[in-house]
Design a binder for this molecule. Structure first.
Ligand code: FPP
Length: 242
């Protein structure tokens, strides 16, 4: 049987809801932030695995518009972790050809984090080996509402005709503008929800729900989920030709 890595379709977009850091830590009597730190190590491994398998698009849900409801300590710890991650990974991501882009609303984020995010996006803007998109203060409903507001303001200014607003035009004004829709959405840690992650973009995505928590999600499991995806019969609303 060929390795999954030999049968990856061109331009595959895999999106991941990285869930279960807290439970991983609690099960080991560790602080939740230790789970997030281990989760960040896993991000490094899964980015490497995606590159090895020649996956072209990887999108990761790092912090949702709802995650602000967590304790101040956890939110601050996560923000510090994102800053550390960008500082420690920037050179490697750049040299390996990864193009990084952040999606979500930046209004509530700390200036120092925004400047690191912008720096990494600028530094990697010419890369094209792996398109790595990270959702940070991302929520699908928020993204859709912001897009509607943006288009409404353009209509008001006379820059666009409301008749021109259609699915393609709306989609090309979302944070994910230019990215293909996800083919596969993976959620770890045994929860069967999509939690406001890419609702517009994932209407025809295949979902794989994996029981393992994110800190234990390794390359082998990643390959297994891709194998499961390959076995799905995607019809996009049409009739199967199989
Ligand atoms: C969900 O687990 C995870 C998060 C809210 C944070 C995701 C962050 C990381 C994986 C770490 C770093 C990421 C990057 C991009 C550097 P949870 O806390 O909801 O787990 P629980 O459901 O078990 O409590």
């Amino acid at each position: 049987m060929p390795l999954v890595s030999n049968i990856i379709p061109e331009d595959l977009h895999v999106a991941i809801i990285m869930d279960g850091n807290g439970r991983w830590a609690t099960a080991k009597s560790l602080a939740r932030l230790k789970g997030h730190a281990k989760g960040a190590d896993r991000v490094r491994d899964i980015v490497d695995a995606a590159m090895d398998m020649q996956i072209s698009h990887l999108t990761l849900f790092a912090f949702s518009t709802e995650n602000w409801k967590r304790s101040e300590g956890e939110v601050l710890g996560l923000m510090a972790l994102f800053r550390r991650f960008i500082r420690s990974e920037a050179a490697k991501l750049f040299s390996r050809g990864v193009k990084v882009r952040f999606i979500g609303c930046r209004d509530r984020l700390d200036k120092s984090l925004i400047s690191l995010m912008e720096g990494l996006e600028d530094q990697t803007s010419q890369n094209d080996k792996l398109y790595l998109t990270i959702g940070l203060n991302y929520g699908g409903r928020d993204e859709i509402a912001r897009t509607a507001k943006k288009l409404a303001l353009q209509v008001k200014a006379g820059a666009i005709d409301p008749q021109d607003i259609n699915i393609e035009m709306f989609g090309s004004n979302l944070d994910t503008s230019g990215l293909p829709d996800p083919d596969l959405v993976i959620r770890t840690s045994g929860e069967y929800r999509t939690s406001n992650f890419l609702p517009w973009q994932s209407v025809y995505a295949e979902y794989v729900f994996e029981d393992t928590t994110w800190p234990d999600f390794d390359k082998e499991l990643f390959e297994k989920t891709l194998g499961e995806f390959k076995g799905r019969n995607r019809r996009f609303g049409a009739v199967s030709s199989k």
